[in-house]
Design a protein around this ligand. Structure first.
Ligand SMILES: [Zn+2]
Length: 158
């Protein structure tokens, strides 16, 4: 009897331990889904212009610290305005505000179905190939954003 209880307790411990990565994955999926959803909703609600973002005629108060203090553009300068322009269907302005804005915007949009699919799987994970493709695209896009910024910085030196 004691041995049976020990085995049952051991099984409970193992199942509890195996839930930890799934719970962590679930929290990550919900966090990314929330951030991307909020960014896309914000982009649709805010209006972009050369002066910045606005909401119902009121100027968006947040701006880039690096640009405000040193006059340098950061890697993401113009991304919010690009998102807003793209959310309103203006692809040319989206590219003008940030040349990688459309690619990053598309990645944010793709996060919605990907994260919903991953959450729908429950404790199971998406296929290894799908996860590798997803990580590869995210890493490639981050590298492209950084490379774009280095090109800008290099242009300032030359
Ligand atoms: Zn910036």
């Amino acid at each position: 009897m004691t041995q049976a209880c020990d085995i049952a307790a051991l099984r409970d411990d193992r199942s509890a331990a195996s839930l930890v990565p799934a719970d962590f994955d679930r929290v990550c999926h919900i966090a990314v889904l929330s951030v991307c959803g909020a960014a896309l909703i914000g982009a649709a609600v805010l209006k972009s212009s050369d002066e910045g973002l606005s909401f119902l005629g009121l100027r968006w108060p947040f701006s880039c610290w690096l640009h405000d203090t040193l006059g340098l553009r950061c890697a993401l300068c113009g991304m919010s305005r690009s998102f807003s322009a793209l959310a309103h269907g203006d692809i040319a302005a989206g590219v003008q505000f940030h040349r990688l804005g459309p690619a990053v915007f598309a990645m944010f949009c793709l996060q919605i179905p990907y994260r919903l699919y991953a959450l729908a799987l429950g404790p199971r994970r998406a296929s290894a190939m799908l996860r590798r493709c997803h990580i590869g695209l995210v890493v490639l896009l981050c590298a492209a954003v950084l490379a774009n910024w280095f090109v800008y910085l290099g242009g300032l030196l030359l």
